[in-house]
Design a protein around this ligand. Sequence first.
Ligand code: 0O2
Length: 204
Amino acid sequence: METNSIYGPFEEYLPLIMKGLTGRITAFNEECRETTGHPVYEHFLYRIKEDKSMREKCVRKGFPVTTRSALRELFDAVGLRIITRFLDDVFKTVEFIRTIPGCTVVMEKDYITNPKPNGYRSYHMILDLEVPYMDVDGNVPGHYYAEVQLRTLSMDSWASLEHEMKYKQDIENTKLIVNELKRLADEMASCDISMQTIRDLIRS
Ligand code: 0O2
């Protein structure tokens, strides 16, 4: 099949792979809602990384701009972001993801327990998904990566703000903003703990 996409002939499988994974997570959320009366996440975003962004990322990371780089060297052709109201819901969802059949966690970064120096907090997982489609190595079942980012609402709004700063040129007072962002991240982390404590008091 002729295609100009960086994903080559594998492009058509990516939405199917994403659908399989999002279906599992949505079903888990429904199950939590039914058994506890509360959903495990507040909202849930997912996307196939656009061709242009994937090409740019290959260049940025020093890989040749090829289908193999997109599907083997980089891990976020399929990306999910799960936003929760409470801190413990992040870890509850992480534990659920580990149990998904055909899914192996190949890399994890717990930036919640160990925040980045700038204050960034989030839990990142790289999954290796076994799927009934051919992969870039010609194997069936094939293996594809997906990146999952899990964070609370406050971590997410902080990350959006910090992202805005990072990509804006010519900002005045950069040092002040960086310091304030770090302070804000720590304050928000403390709010996340208070939110959870108050929720526990209400629910008990
Ligand atoms: P894009 O274009 O957003 O997809 P490295 O950059 O090598 O240190 P690595 O191993 O590529 O990190 O991945 P990591 O640290 O797990 O981060 C992956 C993604 O998490 C990033 O994507 C961001 O989306 C997000 N992220 C990580 N650190 C920060 C941060 O300090 N602030 C914000 N706002 N987001 C962050 P990429 O790689 O930037 O690419």
